[in-house]
Design a protein around this ligand. Structure first.
Ligand SMILES: [Zn+2]
Length: 262
């Protein structure tokens, strides 16, 4: 996505120059199964970007390219998209749920309040969800918060049949049922925080964030108080467990580029 306002959104560059935001997805290989975390834009978004809606397109200027869809990237890795048995979505905004239709046979896991809101959005939330992205009828698997705990956060352990340790960690604020996804990797935990924050500096102590991106967070958010509260908890997590847990968010291009470097 290439919204204009690099100086405000990235902290450098021209005032009206475009900057770059990514849609950071994860692919987890576990035995013969693949697990996808968030889907970015999908093939139908590339074929028909208008379905994303004019306000969204004007705000974030998506440049949907077929080679960047999750399904095409999975194929490029020599893997079969049919092996994606589970998709976990942090939330159902258009830039996270666009590829759901490319994995119609997968179970789609999410935090129950997110689906409830997306299916019957109140007026002020109506524009953020693009119901065409799930008109194929995904196999929804709704999760409620149970008694699980992950570094002090409420959590739901997912996919217990896999060796992989994966948990849904509700981080509401950006949307009603927004959640992070924690994955135990060979090198400690990775917490994909979705849109709980937009800039890597937000979880530093003291926090930093280009002011335009902070405004952007406010415009696109659902509950500012809950969002700020969860950002504070994430800062605490980063301070106290930074050596055990790596935090990433969906849209920060620097975090994405770091992840791609060998
Ligand atoms: Zn987003």
């Amino acid at each position: 996505m290439c919204p204009r306002g690099a100086r405000m959104l990235a902290g450098h560059g021209g005032w009206v120059a475009p900057t770059r935001l990514v849609a950071h997805c994860l692919l987890i290989e576990e035995g013969s199964e693949l697990v996808l975390v968030d889907t970015g834009f999908g093939i139908q978004d590339v074929a028909n970007p208008k379905r994303l809606g004019q306000p969204f397109r004007a705000l974030v200027q998506p440049r949907c390219q077929i080679g960047e869809t999750a399904i095409r990237q999975i194929e490029a890795l020599g893997l079969s998209p049919a092996d994606v048995r589970h998709v976990l979505v942090t939330h159902l905004d258009a830039d996270h749920a666009g590829g759901l239709g490319d994995f119609p046979d997968a179970d789609v896991h999410l935090f129950a309040p997110e689906l409830a809101t997306a299916q019957e959005p109140p007026l002020r939330e109506r524009r953020r969800y693009v119901s065409a992205q799930w008109s194929h009828g995904p196999k929804w698997v709704r999760h409620e918060v149970g008694g699980d705990r992950w570094f002090g956060f409420e959590s739901v352990q997912l996919l217990p049949h896999l060796d992989a340790e994966i948990a849904l960690v509700p981080l509401v604020g950006h949307s009603t049922g927004h959640a992070g996804v924690a994955v135990r990797t060979g090198d400690g935990w990775l917490l994909h925080c979705g849109d709980a924050y937009f800039h890597r500096g937000v979880v530093d102590t003291p926090p930093t964030c280009p002011w335009g991106l902070r405004v952007f967070e406010g415009i696109t958010g659902h509950d500012a108080k809950a969002r700020h509260h969860n950002q504070e908890r994430l800062r605490e997590l980063a301070r106290e467990h930074g050596s055990e847990v790596r935090l990433i968010c969906s849209h920060d291009p620097e975090l994405f580029d770091r992840a791609e470097r060998p």
